[in-house]
Design a protein around this ligand. Structure first.
Ligand SMILES: *[C@@H]1O[C@H](CO)[C@@H](O)[C@H](O)[C@H]1NC(C)=O
Ligand SMILES: *[C@@H]1O[C@H](CO)[C@@H](O)[C@H](O)[C@H]1NC(C)=O
Ligand SMILES: *[C@@H]1O[C@H](CO)[C@@H](O)[C@H](O)[C@H]1NC(C)=O
Ligand SMILES: *[C@@H]1O[C@H](CO)[C@@H](O)[C@H](O)[C@H]1NC(C)=O
Length: 301
């Protein structure tokens, strides 16, 4: 139940965070030369302007946001994992949603509380419609496949939602990436989900039926958000992305080959997004469908 409420709070924050996405660019002090932020947990103090300072949930995000009419999106992202505690999690994902309140999010997540205490990177997703409520009135989302309706896995898919992604990248070494593509099937109206590990040609792993959505996603998405967010308890900052701030070197986590898909099915490389972030995390400008993002800190090397 604790995780459930935390997730409900997170959703509220996620939707709220868009409107008060903060400054556009890091100060020179923030645009990091590998700082030792891991030994400065007191940094959390003074950052409560953008976090829910209820003594438990601290929420931070860094992303690129797009607004328009979208029928699909495709991204490649590096994958990392971190040793986290039960009151922390970190997500790197792509989210499509509508003004009216439908959403699909998919990416990788390290979330010990959801995954039996394990700190691996998992392929994680949720879908959300505005009218979903728990018995006690919280808004909630359907996580992975644990609602009676929702994501329909493709027979023979190489991975299921919730599965561990491995191996993962090393900040100074070999990178491992996943390709995520979500595209509206013009015949059925379903949102098809494709996944690839270290390969640019992803395979169909399942779908979100059109019938799930009543508020926008039945027709198209009006927003796309690509990036990450972290939630921390009172136990210090949580790594986002690779844990390093975005400096366009091998340590920074990249989203690349970002393409948006229009109604005719035509894909085009994204050249511009609106940057939003909450310090001490950050996000680079987008260049040719690529950007870097993330921040403090790396707990193990
Ligand atoms: C980070 O900490 C290590 C170990 O204490 C130290 O060797 C290194 O110089 C520090 N780096 C910075 C940028 O302060
Ligand atoms: C959904 O799945 C997560 C992870 O398996 C679990 O922690 C959570 O309690 C589930 N929620 C519901 C509503 O079943
Ligand atoms: C993803 O991984 C594959 C296999 O290592 C590599 O060939 C490709 O360049 C990577 N793509 C990106 C965008 O990093
Ligand atoms: C990162 O640096 C490379 C090499 O200079 C450049 O081609 C690329 O556009 C840069 N990417 C971003 C997102 O700044």
């Amino acid at each position: 139940m604790a995780s459930f409420s935390l997730f409900a709070v997170l959703l509220i924050l996620l939707f709220a965070a868009r409107s008060n996405a903060s400054r556009l660019y890091p100060t020179s002090q923030e645009s990091n030369k590998e700082t030792n932020l891991s030994v400065q947990p007191r940094l959390l103090q003074g950052l409560t302007d953008t976090s829910e300072n209820n003594g438990y949930v601290h929420f931070y995000a860094a992303d690129h946001q797009m607004q328009g009419e979208y029928y699909g999106v495709s991204v490649i992202m590096d994958v990392y994992d971190f040793l986290l505690t039960n009151d922390q999690f970190t997500v790197s994902s792509v989210k499509i949603f509508s003004d009216e309140g439908d959403a699909i999010q998919i990416g990788w997540e390290v979330h010990p509380q959801f995954y039996g205490g394990d700190s691996s990177a998992h392929l994680s997703a949720f879908w959300f419609v505005k009218t979903m409520k728990t018995a006690d009135g919280y808004q909630y989302a359907c996580f992975n496949t644990n609602c009676s309706t929702g994501f329909q896995p493709e027979a023979g898919a190489p991975i299921a939602l919730g599965d561990v992604i491995e191996p993962v990248s090393e900040p100074h070494g070999t990178k491992q990436n996943i390709t995520i593509k979500v595209i509206k099937d013009s015949a059925s109206g379903d949102w098809l989900v494709y996944y690839g590990f270290n390969r640019p040609d992803p395979t169909l792993i399942g779908r979100y039926p059109k019938s799930l959505f009543t508020n926008g996603l039945a027709d198209r998405a009006t927003h796309i958000t690509i990036g990450g967010y972290v939630v921390a308890g009172n136990t210090g900052l949580v790594p986002m992305g690779s844990g390093y701030l975005p400096t366009n070197d091998s340590r920074s986590m990249a989203f690349s080959n970002i393409q948006v898909i229009d109604q005719s099915g035509k894909a085009s490389l994204l050249i511009h997004g609106f940057r939003g972030y909450t310090t001490p995390y950050s996000v680079s400008p987008m260049i040719n469908g690529e950007f870097f993002y993330g921040g403090p800190y790396r707990t193990t090397m």
